[in-house]
Design a protein around this ligand. Structure first.
Ligand code: 0K2
Ligand code: SF4
Length: 330
């Protein structure tokens, strides 16, 4: 019997589990839908509720209006804050602008905000590992701007200075690469041996689980496709992690229509996953696209079970239209 060649092996897809929506995204997207149902359009949303093109377009069709700043919203309206969190100054802008607010910040982001506030109160220098300009980092930094220094990866460590080397703690954005963050922490510890670690993981369970699953399939796939938007930190990290874990080729796509047929050349096994802000309908479309090209055999690569859910923002239990109308009367 001759050995099987790459061409005679059946084409297949390794589908990562867990993938897609995390508990914080699910809560945030449902919160916008519920707000539209209960209060009617328009519901203003400051920043993309989650970093996903399809989600934003779908909610826009239902009456959500996305704005960059709360100051753009006309007084007497309802504004929602995105899953990535906001600085206290944004709450103030909304109050000054006579807006009723719904806060869809993920509770796991709020946890990092609280850590920042606590360490700042104790007068620690806080080294926040994260990507410059990312919405979550802007929000967390805004909790204690005088105490927080951003560290954007291992190569940034050389520039970091602190007031007192015996009172330094590191915190992080929730959606980073676990491995790269550990590299940054190691470099920081070398520079500041007394550096304290956060009381619990700041990189959230969903980010970690999606990276573990993609690592598992990356070594067996010649091509990895991650469904997610180009501004989604956790989705971008998954592409990087797949390449670091041995996938010869990996791409981020918003929609099946963005896949280039040329990527499939010589490919027997395609690895497929999606970021934490991606509805599974988009993954299903990619599966159909692949199936139409001979990749109909789908194997699930499961590395964890997820069951976490969060309750909806408590503001949804109030009559926010009436409250917003009262604000403009004052
Ligand atoms: O990964 P990102 O922080 O860029 O954000 P999304 O793609 O919207 O994913 C949800 C995470 C939101 C907060 O952690
Ligand atoms: Fe929350 Fe993590 Fe999801 Fe961000 S990725 S919304 S921190 S569960």
């Amino acid at each position: 019997m001759g050995r099987m060649t790459a061409t005679s092996r059946p084409k297949r897809v390794l589908l990562a589990a867990p993938r897609g929506y995390c508990a914080g995204v699910d809560r945030a997207v449902i919160a916008v839908e519920k707000a539209l149902e209960q209060y009617g359009a328009p519901i203003y949303v400051r920043h993309e509720i989650v970093h996903n093109k399809y989600v934003v377009q779908t909610l826009e069709k239902k009456g959500a209006i996305f704005v960059d700043q709360a100051t753009e919203v006309p007084p007497g309206n309802i504004v929602m804050f995105s899953a990535h969190g906001v600085a206290p100054s944004v709450h103030k802008e909304a109050a000054d602008g006579k807006l009723a607010t719904i806060d869809a910040t993920c509770p796991l982001v709020t946890k990092v905000h609280k850590e920042a506030v606590r360490f700042a109160k104790e007068d620690f220098d806080i080294l926040l590992i994260g990507h410059e300009g990312h919405e979550e980092v802007i929000g967390t930094s805004g909790e204690a701007p005088d105490h927080i220094t951003l560290v954007d990866g291992p190569e940034d460590v050389a520039n970091v200075t602190v007031r007192d080397e015996s009172k330094v703690v590191w915190l992080s954005q929730t959606t980073l690469s676990v491995d790269e963050t550990m590299e940054t922490v190691d470099a920081l510890k070398e520079k500041f041996p007394q550096l304290i670690s956060p009381p619990s993981d700041d990189i959230c369970y969903a980010t970690q689980n999606r990276q573990i699953a993609i690592k598992e399939l990356a070594g067996q796939a010649e091509l990895v496709i991650v469904v997610g938007s180009k501004n989604s930190s956790n989705s971008i990290r998954m592409v990087e992690v797949a390449k670091q874990a041995g996938a010869p080729d990996a791409h981020l796509v918003d929609f099946a229509s963005e896949i280039d047929e040329a990527w499939l050349e010589g490919v027997t096994t395609v690895g497929l996953s999606s970021g934490a802000s991606v509805p599974d309908v988009l993954v299903e479309e990619v599966l159909e696209w692949l199936s139409a090209r001979g990749y109909g055999d789908v194997e699930i690569v499961k590395t964890a079970d997820e069951s976490l859910t969060f309750s909806l923002p408590k503001e949804l239990r109030r009559d926010l239209r009436a409250e917003a109308a009262e604000l403009v009367k004052e």
